[in-house]
Design a binder for this molecule. Structure first.
Ligand SMILES: [Zn+2]
Length: 471
């Protein structure tokens, strides 16, 4: 083939030249348009590592979203939700990475907050609409939440905290059809899956501020609205618990970082949007509605006390570390990948400060890190479990510890802990744990507010002392 082709080569050479010129021109046009699009020095962000797929983000978010109305008073006003959705879509058009099916809804509470679940479920509290001075300020909060979704902070946190194994266990539990009130405890719960999707690190918050500022800018709003509104809610925070600010002990720094990003973006876009007549109408309308119920937890009183009658529970066949136990007949068992969650109706709450299981029992299995190929002993394994619990419960403290307990006929450690209750006030936790063949730690964790210790003590003891290993 080589010999036959000098003329060919020549034509080819010319056409290559022509192609090169075309490529050069299109590259030039691309560069020009890229310069036009990003004639700025914006911070480049991307999602962190994640054991979940974006489709799993959506499945997890959908499942969690079905529980939101049980824990948060949704406003359910079509006019308001339609407006939020339309505004959200303007922002989403400029949100990078995976294109989630974003859904924006209004929560009927005076708490200054908003939150997002994986997969695109964004909730904006009514107080945000009422306190925003312009559409740009409301859009700023929504852009911040949208950024948590786009950057996949919920499942990234879960991946970091629990690793692949528990990630898979969670998705299995969620997709396996464990509907019911206590699923909220699996998702928003503490211990097994603590506050997984609502708990963001400080770094996540900064990222959401930075990407949110970019989205706000790209959607045509003056990004200064982001700094202005966070400054405003900082001032309002003492009166109106601003959960929004809880992860930002240094609000000055937060505003500085937003201002820096605005500079990097080259300031406001041309003909920047600030407000809209539609926002002002919606704000007036929301203010005219009957006042929001007081506090999200006010409508969730303490659950019924544990019944004196007990029911038997056996772990599903096929589960490793098979066990049986008894639980109060007015509680609901929710089988987990390993273990079971036992709680009364309303045992999991979404509180002002935190969300999670406030009344109930978690039975689970923990795999300690083994050193030098030898299994951790009971004390070491228990220490590791407590350390993991402390990571997600910063107020948690060990108050008492003994190794004179038994669980399923084996020697066990018994640890009493103190914590902040998601229902408000102090919480008492009682952890009983024993080693299983293979080196895993099987544990029962009993949770109630301190004031209910007496009312729950006998139920907790009955559950712990009824545990039998059946494999
Ligand atoms: Zn945030």
């Amino acid at each position: 083939m080589r010999s036959s082709g000098s003329a060919h080569s020549c034509r080819h050479f010319r056409s290559t030249n022509w192609r090169a010129a075309q490529l050069f021109v299109s590259a030039l046009i691309f560069c020009l348009s890229a310069t036009l699009l990003f004639s700025d020095d914006r911070t480049v962000l991307r999602p962190g590592f994640d054991f979940f797929s974006p489709q799993e983000d959506i499945a997890l978010g959908e499942r969690a979203a079905t529980e939101v109305p049980k824990q948060f008073p949704l406003l359910n006003d079509k006019r308001v939700d339609d407006y939020l959705q339309a505004l959200g879509m303007k922002l989403v058009a400029h949100a990078p990475f995976y294109k989630y099916p974003y859904l924006y809804r209004c929560v009927n509470t005076e708490v200054l907050n908003a939150f997002a679940l994986p997969g695109g479920f964004v909730y904006v509290n009514r107080a945000i609409i009422e306190q925003a001075d312009s559409e740009g300020q409301l859009a700023a909060v929504m852009a911040h939440e949208t950024s948590h979704v786009a950057l996949r902070h919920g499942t990234n946190q879960a991946s970091k905290a629990y690793g692949a194994q528990i990630g898979m266990g969670l998705i299995g539990a969620l997709l396996g059809g464990n509907a019911g009130a206590s699923i909220i405890a699996q998702i928003f719960g503490r211990v097994g899956v603590p506050l997984m999707f609502l708990r963001m690190s400080r770094e996540d918050e900064t990222q959401a501020d930075v990407l949110g500022t970019q989205i706000l800018h790209d959607a045509g709003y003056d990004p200064q609205a982001m700094a202005d509104f966070f400054q405003k809610i900082e001032k309002l925070a003492p009166q109106k618990s601003a959960e929004f600010l809880s992860d930002h002990p240094n609000p000055e720094h937060r505003i500085d970082r937003i201002e820096e990003e605005i500079d990097r973006l080259g300031g406001a876009p041309p003909r920047a949007l600030h407000d809209s007549p539609e926002f002002e109408r919606i704000k007036r309308y929301v203010k005219s509605l009957p006042p929001a119920p007081k506090g999200p937890s006010a409508q969730h009183g303490a659950p019924e006390l544990p019944a004196m009658e007990y029911k038997a529970y056996s772990s599903p066949s096929g589960q490793a570390d098979a066990f049986s136990l008894v639980y109060p007949s007015n509680w609901n068992p929710v089988a987990q990948e390993q273990g079971v969650l036992l709680a009364p109706q309303g045992g999991a709450v979404a509180g002002e400060k935190s969300s999670g299981l406030a009344w109930g029992v978690i039975v689970s299995v923990f795999s300690p890190q083994a050193a030098n190929n030898t299994n951790a002993d009971l004390q070491q394994a228990a220490d590791q479990l407590i350390e993991q619990l402390e990571k997600s419960n910063s107020a948690m403290k060990v108050t008492e510890r003994s190794d004179s307990e038994t669980l399923g006929g084996n020697g066990a450690v018994s640890v009493h802990l103190e914590n902040d209750s998601p229902a408000g006030g102090q919480e008492s936790d009682w952890l009983v744990a024993t080693l299983r063949p293979g080196g895993k730690l099987f544990y029962v964790l009993c949770v109630s507010p301190q004031k209910d210790n007496d009312a729950y003590g006998s139920a907790f003891r009955a559950i712990v002392h009824s545990v039998k290993f059946t494999d």
